[in-house]
Design a protein around this ligand. Structure first.
Ligand SMILES: [Zn+2]
Length: 174
């Protein structure tokens, strides 16, 4: 019925299919579509580590687009979280001035914009979300970062609580 070539093709297709089925589950959860400027990448990494250390979950399937934006040169805007309230992507533009700033200032700006974008947090919700003023220190940044961790965990807990309450109410409804 099949010639040798036909059998070979059938075997090959079967292998391809089983290989497809054997793709490890974690692979599907790996962040995809990342485009982060090299100069900004260490800060991005720092933020992801911070979330991990604080057990704060986030949607890892989002498109990530974080760049130095020449269009912000000579403006007083240090960064824009263009992906705020858009939950399918993280889009952040950073002023080229960033490169000339001290380390603590850079971290402050980056954490501020990431928090706007990833968790839709508004200004003044916690210290790091206050409108930025120059010349922060490593000590002030660490303090603000610790408070941000606490704040993000609290808003996550409130969301989980709301979902659970909704679920419980649904269960008792006829
Ligand atoms: Zn802001």
């Amino acid at each position: 019925m099949f010639n040798k070539r036909g059998v070979f093709i059938i075997i090959l297709s079967f292998c391809a299919f089983t290989c497809y089925l054997n793709i490890p589950k974690e692979k599907a959860e790996v962040v995809n579509n990342i485009s982060v400027d090299a100069i900004l990448h260490p800060y991005f990494q720092m933020y992801i580590e911070f979330l991990k250390e604080n057990n704060i979950d986030w949607d890892k399937k989002q498109t990530i687009d974080i760049h130095i934006a020449p269009v912000l040169t000579n403006t007083n805007i240090l960064g824009i979280a263009k992906g705020m309230n858009y939950d399918k992507g993280i889009i952040i533009w950073i002023n080229p001035l960033f490169i000339k700033l001290p380390e603590a200032d850079r971290k402050w700006i980056f954490f501020h914009e990431m928090t706007h974008d990833l968790f839709n947090v508004k200004h003044d919700a916690t210290i790091i979300m206050r409108s930025y003023h120059f010349a922060t220190t490593e000590f002030k940044f660490c303090n603000a970062k610790r408070k941000l961790g606490k704040y993000l965990k609290e808003i996550k807990d409130v969301n989980i609580q709301r979902t659970t309450n909704r679920w419980n109410q649904r269960k008792v409804l006829p």
